[in-house]
Design a protein. Structure first.
Lengths: 279, 284
């Protein structure tokens, strides 16, 4: 049996009694020694336009990192490059492996923008979340009791248990986003990448979203890379903020960003405009 | 006792008292179940016209088979399967979009079929393509029935083993790829399965109508089902019922069975649409 290695920050939170209310029965992932994300000189182009230029990015085990930047600054492009979904120049290693190999090993989960979850057919919350268990047990295996338990706990962690058997098309936008979070929780990944997961989501759902992410970081030691314009809900939980304007113009703890005049919580609404002034 | 002999020994009520109608019933029900079961994954991937495109490719295969003197069904299966893989490849990242890929094969297949059929006619071969285009369910032979049954078994096994992974890919290809699922292989599996359904079903409803049997029962089922599993089961049931009702009506009114089967399926879709649907909150 292996245990996750939470960060000092997470340990301090636990000792302060901030640990979440959700009970975990699945074993945490076992992050290897190599950092979850280790990228060097990543450059992505769309024709002659450079979307991402010579980006170095490292995310450690159990780190909660936000990737922010103005609209069109290359955040989503960088995320896709990190995950092996887009070919770019430079070198990307996830847990010391090529992205494709790390993904095949079931170490990584991805929460896309909510618009990606628009099932044509009425899949239920449980069916969608269960699809997150496929890497854990082999996609050809029938789900067993441990899978059902993991799915139930993932749904519970995002407070959707009463809606577990409802079609996701009947849920609100915020609830649908939490379904995607639950799908990632069910996979029990060592690295979670989220692309604008709470765009346009109401405040209550943002709090649920924050709880689910903190749950994942603290209880599972999962490294989280969150791409978002709306960081107010998680501002106090972040270990680092990376500001991208095609290249990295800031990489450090949120307090250092505050020293440069950008307050993640206060400027939740107009963060992109504030970030224009950086670099 | 063989399957057809066993069928003959049973006493079926009107309109299935003849062996030809019994074989049509058996093949039709199997196709009615299998086509929507595969179609559900096609629809979920927003490729509802895939069956049409594959039907046109299969038409080219039929014409090539008639020209070469080979089995039209076998050649059609090969061409449709190759085309299905080609469409999947074209849909890949950085290549042609899904609808454009379909259009390319759609019209290319139809044009190739017309050229090959005309060439076959010039060489003096029999080029009656009408049964392939509009179906000839009343000419189903025992061998045809076994072939359809084989497809049903293979489809059932594939969906039992890979159905959950296919759903994961259909819901979100990027997330499935990051989760380590073999997205390309699973996509190819669905495409080839759809090609096999199209070619197998062409005798039941014809190449021009087979896509309807893959899509209409699924569209009707989504109006009443509340889960993906329930959608699969309901769509398969609607497909089978459409075939039975279609055969009865076709026999009673002396109509073309393939067309009546598809119209029955369309009527069921209309009925489920009128029966009401929960409001979707997606996109809020």
């Amino acid at each position: 049996m292996t245990t996750a290695r939470p960060t000092r920050r997470a340990v301090a939170r636990r000792q302060a009694g901030m640990i979440m209310r959700i009970r975990i029965t699945t074993e945490p992932g076992a992050p290897p020694e190599a950092p979850p994300i280790d990228a060097h000189a990543v450059t992505c182009r769309y024709g002659d336009d450079v979307a991402v230029e010579a980006v170095d990015l490292r995310v450690g085990t159990g780190e909660f990192v936000a990737l922010v930047g103005p609209n069109g600054s290359g955040k989503s492009t960088l995320a896709r490059a990190l995950l092996g979904l887009r070919r770019c120049d430079g070198e990307v290693r996830l847990f010391g492996r090529r992205p494709r190999d790390a993904c095949r090993a079931g170490l990584v989960a991805f929460v896309p923008q909510r618009s990606h979850l628009a099932p044509v057919l009425p899949a239920t919350v449980t069916e969608v979340v269960t699809s997150g268990r496929l890497p854990a047990r082999g996609w050809w295996h029938r789900p067993g009791p441990p899978d059902a338990a993991a799915v139930a706990h993932a749904i519970e962690a995002v407070a959707l248990t009463p809606m577990a058997h409802r079609p996701v098309t009947e849920l609100s936008g915020g609830q649908q986003q939490r379904v995607l979070i639950a799908r990632a929780l069910a996979a029990d990944p060592a690295l979670l990448v989220l692309d604008e997961p709470i765009a346009g989501v109401d405040a209550a759902s943002q709090r649920q979203f924050r709880d689910a992410l903190v749950h994942l970081v603290q209880a599972h030691g999962t490294a989280v890379l969150l791409i978002s314009h709306e960081l107010g809900a998680v501002a106090s939980d972040l270990d680092r903020v990376v500001v991208l304007k095609h290249r990295v113009v800031f990489d450090g703890p949120p307090r250092d960003l505050v020293a440069r005049g950008v307050h993640l919580g206060v400027h939740a609404e107009d963060l992109p405009a504030w970030l224009e002034g950086l670099g | 006792m063989t399957g057809p002999a066993a069928l003959a020994a049973l006493r079926f009520p009107w309109p299935f008292e003849r062996l030809s109608m019994q074989l049509a019933l058996g093949a039709g029900i199997l196709v009615g179940v299998v086509a929507p079961a595969v179609g559900a994954f096609v629809v979920q991937r927003r490729l509802s016209l895939l069956g049409d495109g594959l039907g046109h490719l299969a038409f080219a295969g039929v014409a090539a088979g008639l020209l070469l003197g080979w089995s039209p069904v076998v050649v059609a299966l090969g061409v449709a399967a190759a085309g299905a893989l080609g469409i999947e490849w074209l849909r890949g990242p950085g290549r042609t979009g899904g609808d454009l890929a379909l259009a390319l094969f759609f019209y290319g297949g139809l044009a190739a079929g017309a050229v090959l059929a005309s060439r076959a006619a010039v060489t003096g071969r029999s080029v009656n393509v009408v049964p392939y285009l509009f179906g000839s369910i009343l000419t189903v032979t025992p061998a045809d029935l076994w072939r359809v049954a084989g497809l049903a078994v293979v489809t059932g096994v594939v969906l039992a083993v890979a159905g959950r992974a296919l759903l994961a890919v259909a819901l979100d290809e990027d997330a499935a790829r990051v989760a380590g699922l073999p997205v390309d292989a699973l996509g190819a599996l669905v495409a080839v399965l759809a090609a096999a359904v199209v070619v197998t079903a062409m005798q039941v409803v014809g190449l021009l109508l087979v896509a309807a049997l893959m899509v209409l029962p699924v569209a009707a089922a989504r109006r009443v089902a509340r889960s993906f599993r329930a959608t699969l089961v309901t769509a398969a049931a609607i497909g089978a019922v459409s075939v039975v009702i279609g055969l009865v009506l076709a026999r009673a009114a002396d109509l073309a069975p393939g067309g009546v089967i598809v119209l029955t399926s369309a009527a069921i879709f209309a009925a489920t649409s009128v029966a009401g649907r929960r409001p979707s909150r997606a996109g809020r």
